[in-house]
Design a protein around this ligand. Structure first.
Ligand SMILES: [Zn+2]
Length: 504
């Protein structure tokens, strides 16, 4: 039976438009999904939008829309962006869908029935216009709303509280017995540190807002946006609606998240699952911020970059390759346009693009346009085998930059072999056939191994060198074995990755 691989992105909040920070996580999840499909695993890739909460209601009001209209509009923009970037999600969840209400209510009801949710009172400084509480430190002059600059009032309301404090020991025990559940280790340590500091019970419902999932046992309340949002991961595989499907996929889930939502995913979410009698997720991979010129992207700084600004120049593949190859998954990364151009020109235009163009040209001139078969004893066979082994291990630990670095070693070695043999100077014959057959086989394997990152170009490489089918339909590890290239018609074409001027 093939393994199962369930991978998720965070669901993105619809008060905001898609930018390269969202794209970074989503492209990484997509590449992982594609890699695991190549391994023949049963893959389920989930993304979507988080549509409840006051911020959405407020953004809607500012735009003269209802919250649902605001959610529909922004959700559609995410879908367009993912289509532009060739994101192969299996499901796009929206938290305003009926299925999500059903799952959220079922999971919270289970936690309530198990005795982990109780009514309490919440009190604090409240702005009526914001419909929100403020900590004393956030107030202007100690008494004014920081947004409306008008006096706040002391309000007390009934909230349902999740008894998070009761889960400290169980969470620490889970972290002890699952040392690799949260990666990288620095983020795992951060989560353990938060638990050790002591956990307070958390308010999970509101009576003052209505844009949310109703609390099933008390219709005066809706769940606070974060708690319904987390449950999307369970909704999409049928929690509360299709138990057999849920049991087949849970807890084999890999959550990809940014470090700003670590507390919710690495502390609250495992505890909430335990409260409902479920296993915590098998993996939470945390990445850093994608900085722009050293700064965090934000609406107020106006330094957000939309994928649609970059794709016309770099193509979907060039965009994807940059974020997978240059941004290490884990630490903070820094985006620069110049860096993106440099990487595109070096790896895609020069190394890979030139290799394909060169091989196609020489096959056309010396082999009558038919690609010769590779030599079983080629020294490139060992390089290819090593590229596969290294790349496979790197994808497994969510290190796409290392996987691609290993794959490009084969590109460089193949270029070097061509330069050493100079088949363009030699007369047609077995020696030229041998060199070109090896280069074609290396190209076939590179396209296959790189297809999770550059799916369009990979398919085009196969088409041009006369390999039948699409790399996305191939299976590893067998597909990467040396000798798979059977020869075939080789087509010249336009540059796969036209070189970009280095002055942006
Ligand atoms: Zn206010």
């Amino acid at each position: 039976m093939p393994g199962r691989f369930y991978v998720t992105t965070p669901i993105y909040y619809v008060n905001d438009a898609p930018h390269i920070g969202h794209a970074y996580t989503t492209v990484a999840a997509d590449a992982l999904a594609r890699w695991h499909r190549l391994l023949g695993e049963d893959v389920f890739f989930l993304t979507g939008t988080d549509e409840h909460g006051l911020k959405v209601a407020r953004a809607a009001e500012a735009n003269g829309l209802t919250p649902q209209q605001q959610a529909d509009r922004t959700s559609a923009r995410y879908k367009e962006t993912w289509s532009l970037l060739d994101i192969s999600y299996d499901d796009f969840i929206r938290t305003t869908e009926a299925r999500h209400y059903a799952s959220t209510q079922a999971l919270m009801q289970a936690a309530y029935d198990n005795g982990w949710i109780e009514l309490g009172t919440y009190e604090g400084w409240y702005c009526v216009a914001c419909e929100a509480y403020y900590a004393p430190d956030d107030l202007l002059e100690g008494r004014l709303c920081p947004i409306h600059e008008r006096p706040v009032e002391w309000l007390k309301e009934d909230n349902y509280f999740f008894k998070l404090s009761a889960f400290s020991d169980r969470l620490l025990e889970w972290y002890r017995s699952h040392p690799d559940a949260v990666t990288p280790e620095s983020k795992r340590n951060e989560a353990v540190g938060l638990i050790r500091q002591g956990l307070n019970d958390i308010s999970i419902s509101r009576t003052s807002i209505s844009w949310g999932v109703p609390v099933p046992w008390d219709r005066d309340h809706v769940f606070y946006v974060w708690y319904d949002a987390l449950i999307n991961y369970a909704t999409a595989i049928g929690y509360g609606t299709d138990p057999a499907r849920f049991d087949a996929w849970w807890p084999a889930v890999h959550h990809l998240i940014g470090k700003d939502i670590l507390r919710f995913h690495c502390v609250y979410w495992p505890a909430l699952l335990m409260a409902a009698g479920l296993q915590p997720p098998c993996r939470i991979a945390v990445h850093g911020f994608l900085l722009v010129g050293g700064d965090k992207m934000s609406k107020t700084k106006l330094n957000q970059i939309a994928p649609a600004d970059l794709v016309p120049t770099f193509g979907s593949d060039g965009f994807r390759y940059h974020f997978l190859r240059d941004q290490q998954f884990g630490p903070d990364g820094d985006f620069s346009y110049e860096g993106m151009v440099a990487r595109y020109n070096a790896d895609l235009a020069n190394n890979l693009g030139n290799l394909l163009a060169r091989v196609a040209t020489v096959v056309d001139r010396k082999c009558g346009g038919r690609g010769p078969r590779p030599d079983a004893g080629s020294h490139l066979a060992a390089v290819a085998a090593d590229a596969y082994r290294t790349a496979a291990a790197a994808w497994e630990r969510i290190a796409p930059h290392e996987a691609l670095e290993a794959t490009w070693r084969l590109v460089r070695e193949t270029n070097a072999a061509l330069e050493a043999a100079e088949p363009w100077r030699a007369p047609p014959g077995p020696e030229v056939d041998r060199v070109l057959g090896d280069a074609l086989e290396a190209l076939r394997i590179v396209a296959l191994l790189a297809s999770p990152a550059i799916p369009r170009a990979s398919a085009e490489i196969w088409r041009r060198i006369g390999v039948e089918g699409s790399p996305g339909d191939a299976r590893l590890p067998g597909g990467a074995d040396w000798g798979g290239y059977r020869g075939g018609p080789v087509h010249k074409g336009q540059p796969l990755f036209p070189r970009l001027p280095s002055e942006g």
